[in-house]
Design a protein around this ligand. Sequence first.
Ligand code: IMP
Length: 434
Amino acid sequence: MPGLVIIGAQWGDEGKGKITDYLAEDAEMVVRFQGGNNAGHTIIVDGKTFKLQALPSGVLRPDKTAVIGNGVVINMEEMEGEIKRIVDAGGSIANLKISDRAHLIMNYHKKLDGAEEKYRGNKPVGTTKKGIGPAYQDKISRIGFRVGDLYEEDLLKEKISFMIPYKKDLLDMMDAEKCECTNGSLFAKMMRWRDMVDGLVCDTSVLINDALDAGKKIVFEGAQGAMLDIDHGTYPYVTSSSTCAGGACTGAGVAPKKIDSVIGCLKAYTTRVGEGPMVTEMEGEEEEELQRLGGEFGVVTGRGRRCGWLDLVQAEHSTRLSGFTSIAITKIDVLCGYKEVKVCTAYEIDGDVIRHFPASLSKIEAAKPVYKTMKGWEGWNDTAEVVRNGYEALPEEMRSYISLIEESLKVPVDIVSVGPGREETIVRRNPWHS
Ligand code: IMP
């Protein structure tokens, strides 16, 4: 079972980092396949805290190869700072491999992201303003810079002389912050980036496929979540990449038949950052309470996350799109102490009961959650003991909650995360060994 994909089953921030870290233990390679520095992760190694956005988390595990696949958009400037912090702390990035087909996020992309948000007036997407959307726009428009271009100086100069006047005009037209760079300064900067990544750039699809063919275990680590998928999410309140399992094939250059398992990370309740509909969203004190209990504040933006009850209509959508073979339920410990917990099992839209997540934004906005109310459960003092005693010793009501998820989604909950630490995890069936 060498190819395993990890996907966020909601709107991101499901705790994929912890599950990836746990499953990467047995893997030889960890691959990012979409998104960019809009995803952030905090990693603690030997007591030192690293906040990574442009680099994949796997880079801090010297015994594994960390891969940035072709589907990722890379902010080299941010990566430069992150590399420096790792090197200054005595680490190395020698285990990093970067696809020559990955696209670059440029400064003008960030400026355009901010300007587009302003143009949307009272209906912004609520992006991270990292330039993700504009970088993918250039990719789709077939004008973007790719990592491999750094090695073709004539091509690079030609692209730069097209790009600078084009983006300057665009920024002027949008009344955005000006782009101060010249052809020469941008070329010099890109040569510095080439020196930085020299020796790390390759055809990562070949690297990954060779490893899979040799039976090596590979984790494909999704960023964001299924509901932020450009095709299947709550469009236009989405990110600009394919966040579902299919994105691993296009974004890493592997065939579908090479993927054996897909783990859906499902937070025991729902959160969302940025704008867009969220049917089970709470209000007022109820929301603030869950936000506080779950520590629901963004790593990249610091924004408080919107919170709500678990939504099985939404979870069915992401389960179907990615074909989860297992679910890892996260942060279920956050719900300990609630007298009652609610789970949304259907939507009521204009008097009709709906069980599939609609495409139409106005329908999603009009949807009223149909809740099943369940008895809550008490917490515990000693998580280590809870983990030692295993799944059957978890509170009965918590297990009923998990059973409802399994029955509704028809996927086993194989991993139950009961705390932030790696050891605070109950594994009912290890996806590598199935
Ligand atoms: P963008 O990816 O910066 O274009 O932002 C588009 C939407 O995706 C916004 O609602 C962001 O808040 C959301 N988003 C992007 N990255 C993440 C993430 O890593 N976690 C949660 N939400 C994200």
